[in-house]
Design a protein. Structure first.
Length: 437
């Protein structure tokens, strides 16, 4: 199978029978699902770092695909990258993108030089956004790659590093506002530790809170109305990251009085690294009131690291979209493919095929999640499971009309309480029948 990237036209919906690899079988952007178009439900975004920059380097070998786009001069190269990026999104019908500062502009020798380059490039990106009708979903600053961040950024032991990190955040928030971004992400790649023997956890956590507070105050003062997003991840590159999972992040935000401005950017592979399912993290975010955005990918459960694979598991995307539908859809968030093609998938066509796979898997997941809701058996089962709280003593408990003493009196002579079966296997069969019958 050999096709030239340049020869591939825009990707269209051809439906379920199609065997054309460069077509959608499920993603029909204008098709309506539960009263809303698939495009609006899914809000797909392209990750700039993986798609436009990553060349397949791993611990054992160098790049397998050349993404210099024929340019050696740094600024010319970043402009060529942007040209490719927008044409690529246009081919796929993707409406949003996400970036780190260093993904879109060459780094200078100083913060001032890097910021100047970023300003030049955001002018360029803004023109591209207008030309193609594509929007920025979120921006962020890379505070993990450069060697000065080796022991953290906001949580570095070196105050100069803290200052540079703050400056980078300022410049990246400015860029995000200029490009009309709906979110600003904090992924604390190196905000954690490798050993407690050399770490003042209390100071580091307080400094992290100081940084987030300053970012919030600066962004709001500049008129940023979007979400500040924390992206939980338990480990990698550090052994232990402070933003371990949704619940950990929420307790940190609550302690530091930041709940009003921050939500979660939940990544599938980070959830599984934390020992949770993707659905668990989404459910926790929903229940705790911090559901923001999603980094759509999948991990390999046999491996202990972040493989950032394109999502192809329909079961997972179905349960994900079930949570999104129950949330009432995305507010300012979307589905960012924080995913990279495998090192050995090294043609530009593979990039298209990977996005088609991810978009179709989420489109199918959306249809199946809607089918689960329309079917109603799952919701009815859950409603019945908790029915004892809708009247009698259960209602009194929910209404706060009981005490330990009154419950003692109520319960003291109860015998043989009949708790209904959880019926897990039956419920899994319902999901299977909706997915595969
Ligand atoms: C890495 C993270 C990163 C964030 C943005 O594991 O997923 O890509 O999404 O800094
Ligand atoms: Ni991510
Ligand atoms: Ni990741």
């Amino acid at each position: 199978m050999k096709t030239n990237y340049q020869d591939i036209d825009r990707i269209h919906y051809e439906g379920r029978g199609s065997k054309n690899p460069f077509a959608f079988r499920h993603y029909d952007a204008d098709a309506m699902v539960m009263g809303k178009s698939m495009r609006d439900h899914l809000k797909f975004a392209m990750s700039y770092w993986h798609t436009i920059n990553a060349g397949g380097t791993d611990m054992f070998g160098s790049d397998t695909i050349d993404k210099s786009f024929g340019q050696s001069d740094p600024m010319a190269r970043y402009k060529a990258k942007a040209d490719f990026a927008f044409e690529f999104m246009h081919k796929l019908g993707i409406g949003y993108y996400c970036f780190h500062d260093v993904d879109v502009a060459p780094e200078g020798a100083t913060l001032a030089e890097s910021t100047r380059n970023l300003e030049i490039m955001t002018d360029y990106l803004l023109a591209k956004q207008k030309q193609y009708g594509i929007k920025l979903l979120w921006g962020t600053a890379n505070m993990f790659s450069d060697r000065k961040f080796m022991t953290g950024a906001a949580t570095s032991g070196n105050a100069d590093v803290f200052a540079v990190a703050a400056g980078k955040i300022k410049a990246a928030i400015d860029a995000t506002i200029k490009l009309g971004g709906d979110g600003y992400v904090f992924w604390g790649g190196r905000e954690g530790y490798d050993t407690l023997l050399n770490t003042d956890v209390g100071l580091e956590l307080d400094n992290l809170a100081r940084m987030l507070r300053m970012a919030r105050d600066y962004g709001r003062a500049q008129g940023f109305k979007g979400d500040f997003l924390i992206e939980p991840k338990p480990k990698e590159p550090t052994k232990h990251q402070y933003d371990f999972d949704v619940a950990t992040c929420v307790s940190f935000l609550q302690k530091n009085d930041l709940m009003a401005d921050f939500r979660m950017n939940i990544e599938a592979n980070h959830a599984t690294l934390a020992g949770h399912t993707f659905q668990h993290e989404l459910r926790m975010a929903r229940v705790l009131g911090v559901f923001g955005s999603i980094d759509a990918n999948q991990g390999d459960l046999l491996l202990g690291w972040d493989t950032d694979q394109f999502p192809t598991n329909v079961y997972d995307t179905t349960l994900c979209m079930l949570e999104v539908l129950k949330q009432g859809g995305f507010d300012k968030g979307g589905l960012n493919f924080d995913a990279k093609t495998r090192r050995a998938s090294n043609d530009f066509e593979d990039l298209l095929l990977a996005y088609i796979a991810g978009m179709d898997t989420f489109a199918l997941g959306l249809k199946k999640a809607a089918a689960i809701i329309e079917d109603g058996r799952l919701d009815r089962f859950v409603a019945e499971k908790y029915a004892s709280y809708t009247n009698g003593i259960g209602k009194k408990i929910l209404d706060g009309q009981v005490t330990l003493e009154s419950l003692y009196d109520y319960a003291k002579d109860l015998r043989d309480i009949d708790v209904a079966s959880g019926r897990q296997e039956y419920l899994e069969t319902i999901i299977n029948s909706i997915l595969f019958d």
